[in-house]
Design a protein around this ligand. Structure first.
Ligand SMILES: Nc1ncnc2c1ncn2[C@@H]1O[C@H](COP(=O)(O)OP(=O)(O)OP(=O)(O)O)[C@@H](O)[C@H]1O
Ligand SMILES: [Mg+2]
Length: 449
């Protein structure tokens, strides 16, 4: 089964790579600049409360709507929420346009997304070796095929407060130790069956801190014997379990070749999963971790999809729904009904709305500066001012989109640093939307329709 983290196009989009979190202090107040975010303090603070409600399970059956003009950070804030929730809470991000695929029914796409957004944390008892590393020696062998010595294994001694054990481990373990940078004095856990290695931290009072920047956490030295059984928590999603049950059935009926892995899953399989999970929960073998389904540009959804979502929010296993839109009063797609944000009232009634507002010039300057650093595009002071001006007269996104062309223009002049004239040249070559619409009007008779 796959691990729980899901990254979709929305989450991994390069435009938001500078966002690390909501940038709130301990009291939940937004710093002017924090986590890669600038301004928009109220929306960030509201998002901070949402993160807490999700973590404490107080948002079941409800949803959030991020609403505001284009380029005011709605997608950015949703991504910050995902970062704040951390790896253990499933966060599925979907652009509303992805619901309308040619291969799958729209309700199927949504159903899969909803089930990916619900984690099932299972407690498993595993046999492990746990202790402080007191000896670590890599064994190397020469091969006739390669001039470099190959790693043939590792000799380890692990100690607890009460026990010590020396053994040789195979290359799989050696490679992980190298990758994790395990040193003497680190506490590690090795799964005896899967051979997965986990570095727990640095044993208190053992070894010396090599550098001040050594950020490894200090942990207690374990007690008991080195070899032991330990409860390990693993998180799957309902969709993982659906897939695995569907695959088993496919094998059973000899259909594995036809089962592409990600195609449609029958209701029967999903019912089976729900039944199994409910039993696990009753027997206290598992707990449910409701995650988040984020649907960006939600105004692209139609009435049928909205009804499906509203209904899903009421089911036993419902994730928290976060929607984002930049539409005001408009028609619900596929109908003649005007409604706020183009969404049906019964859905709106279940949503807490977080508004986002346009940025001030200072905020725009700061966002452009952060993005230019993130993209490693050095700007002169004048260039930054020119972009800021374009950001406030045209749009923030337009200014951000000009960064890369400006860099290329500067480079073609043999310069590394982007100057004001490069930005001006770029803005002449690339039109923003308003200008583009004006041109369309001007050349109306010449365009193809
Ligand atoms: N407060 C902010 N701090 C830092 N970067 C921001 C902030 N707001 C927006 N950005 C960045 O500006 C760009 C546009 O913002 P974003 O895509 O989040 O806007 P949006 O509100 O989702 O717009 P749309 O309605 O068009 O989808 C992105 O690159 C985003 O990361
Ligand atoms: Mg957006």
């Amino acid at each position: 089964m796959a691990e729980v983290r899901i990254s979709s196009d929305v989450l991994s989009a390069a435009a938001h790579s500078h966002i690390r979190g909501l940038g709130l202090d301990k009291d939940g107040k937004a710093k002017k600049i924090g986590g890669g975010l600038v301004g928009q303090e109220e929306a960030r603070e509201a998002a901070g409360i949402v993160v807490k409600m999700i973590k404490y399970g107080r948002l079941a059956g409800k949803g959030i709507l991020l609403a505001g003009p284009p380029g005011t950070g709605k997608t950015a804030i949703a991504i910050a929420i995902a970062r704040e929730l951390g790896e253990d809470t499933p966060f599925v991000a979907l652009n509303a346009s992805e619901v309308y695929s040619l291969e799958k029914k729209k309700t199927e796409v949504l159903m899969q997304a909803l089930r990916r957004a619900i984690g099932v944390r299972v407690r498993e008892t595993r046999r492990v070796l746990e202790g402080v590393v007191t000896e670590i020696k890599y064994l190397r062998k020469r091969s006739v095929w390669s001039p470099y010595p190959q790693i043939a294994g590792v000799k380890l001694t692990l100690e607890t407060k009460d026990d010590s054990m020396s053994f040789s481990a195979p290359p799989e373990v050696a490679v992980q130790l190298l990758r994790l940078g395990v040193k003497k004095g680190d506490v590690i856990i090795i799964d005896a069956e899967t051979l997965d290695v986990r570095k727990v931290g640095r044993a208190k009072g053992r070894g010396t801190k090599l550098y001040d920047i050594d950020i490894t956490e200090e942990v207690e030295i374990p007690s008991g014997s080195v070899e032991k059984t330990k409860d390990i928590l693993r998180t799957f999603t309902l969709h993982d379990i659906d897939l695995s049950i569907a695959a088993q059935r496919a094998v059973f009926t000899g259909l594995l070749a036809l089962f592409g892995g990600e195609k449609e899953i029958s209701d029967e399989v999903r019912r089976k999963t729900d039944e199994i999970v409910k039993n696990w929960i009753e027997e206290k073998k598992a707990e449910l971790v409701p995650g988040v389904l984020f649907i960006d540009d939600a105004h692209l959804l139609d009435l049928e999809v909205y009804s499906f979502i509203t209904k899903a929010m009421e089911s036993d296993f419902a994730p928290i729904i976060i929607l984002a839109t930049n539409r005001g009063m408009t028609k619900i797609r596929g109908t003649d009904i005007e409604s706020p944000h183009g969404m049906p009232r019964d859905l709106l009634d279940r949503l807490l709305i977080i508004p986002t507002r346009p940025y001030t010039t200072d905020e725009i300057r700061e966002i452009i500066r952060i993005r230019s650093e993130e993209q490693e595009i050095p700007l002169s002071q004048d260039a930054l001012e020119e972009l800021t001006k374009l950001g406030s007269t045209h749009s923030l996104r337009y200014a951000l989109q000009l960064l890369e062309p400006s860099r290329i223009i500067a480079e073609s002049q043999g310069r590394i640093k982007v100057e004001k004239q490069d930005v001006e040249a770029a803005s002449k070559l690339f039109a923003d939307i308003k200008t583009s619409v004006k041109l369309l009007e001007k050349y109306r008779d010449l365009m193809l329709y």
